[in-house]
Design a binder for this molecule. Structure first.
Ligand SMILES: C[S@@+](CC[C@H](N)C(=O)[O-])C[C@H]1O[C@@H](n2cnc3c(N)ncnc32)[C@H](O)[C@@H]1O
Length: 305
């Protein structure tokens, strides 16, 4: 079995680490945020370091001897809410540094996830031009977990590049999934009912009911909206709420993680507030879609799609 060593960049709470097939191993995970590191270390045994990727040197990344670099750079430079400043946004500095490092180290594989507008950005053009100059082959496209039968929207752009092996097509294989494989009811935790901070006050519900997205667990076709880092802070456009009898409640961070495809034993340290947990899980990724993206690599063994 070929073992693929991976470097998880902008690792957050470890969505990529959850998605990898058996023959992949994360050699190192890097993120600037200490809370991310705390969650990561509570769930994975491989090293996770607090590092600023704006200034990390190519030599340091080369030392990891990773075959695959995974990148989930901050999406704010490409979203409308973040003013779409693209490469001029200071939050793109780490991405720019990593593209430079990539030129020097040239790992066998590179993969990236970001919001759909990234596809049209100068950052994406820089990445594509770099891959072209270095002779890489790549696939790219926008995918959503709903295409894989997961009842949760999270449209994201993905790019998967290989230094040595061409792909038989230019984008990801189309998926035809006719039935839900994970519905709202599948991720509900009985213990969430009694968690303080989940049930919304009647006043909040009254104020926002026209704008809030609510789902009913008995509705087998209900699809949850995309959860963002603002969940728990902003009642609208940050994710869905659950209607239970006469009450409306938020989904717990571990229910959201389960919907994203994290394992049911995934945990957040108690030291982190609920708000912080929501913010971290809202920044994460669809484990199922990343697994699907990686299944396009010939070296990926036993990947469920
Ligand atoms: C979109 S999130 C990635 C989430 C991750 N894929 C997950 O599964 O949770 C972007 C991450 O980049 C990290 N980040 C932002 N700027 C950084 C920098 N300059 N150096 C290192 N990490 C950074 C943030 O802390 C955040 O965790």
């Amino acid at each position: 079995m070929v073992v693929v060593r991976c470097l998880e960049l902008f690792s957050g709470i470890g969505g990529f680490a959850c998605a990898i097939p058996e023959n992949f191993q994360v050699a190192a995970a890097l993120d600037i945020d200490q809370d991310c590191q705390a969650v990561y270390q509570a769930n994975f045994s491989h090293p996770c370091h607090c590092v600023s990727l704006e200034s990390v040197a190519a030599d340091e990344l080369a030392e990891v001897q990773a075959d695959l670099w995974w990148m989930s750079p901050p999406c704010q430079p490409f979203t409308r809410r973040g003013n779409q400043r693209d490469l001029a946004d200071s939050r793109s500095q780490a991405f720019l540094n990593l593209v430079d490092c990539f030129r020097t180290v040239r790992p066998t594989f590179l993969a990236l996830e970001n919001v759909p507008p990234f596809a049209e950005s100068d950052a994406a053009d820089l990445l594509r031009n770099t891959l072209r100059q270095l002779g890489y082959h790549w696939l790219e496209g926008t995918l959503c977990p709903t295409q894989l039968g997961i009842a949760n929207r999270r449209q994201r752009f993905y790019l998967l590049a290989s230094r040595d092996q061409p792909f038989p097509q230019l984008t990801f294989r189309p998926v035809s999934c006719n039935a839900w494989v994970r519905r709202v009811a599948d991720v509900l935790e009985p213990s969430a009912e009694s968690l303080p901070g989940l049930v919304l006050s009647h006043e909040t519900v009254r104020q926002y009911q026209c704008a809030m997205h609510t789902v009913d667990a008995n509705d087998t076709n209900a699809v949850m909206a995309c959860f963002t880092s603002a969940y728990g802070r902003s009642p609208v456009r940050s994710g869905s709420y659950l209607r239970t009898g006469s009450e409306v409640r938020r989904f717990s961070p571990t229910e959201i993680a389960a919907m994203l495809g994290f394992s049911t034993d995934f945990q957040f340290p108690n030291s982190l507030s609920l708000r912080r947990q929501w913010s971290l899980v809202g920044n994460s990724l669809s484990v199922d879609v990343v697994r699907y993206v990686l299944s396009h690599l010939a070296v990926a063994d036993s990947l469920a799609t």
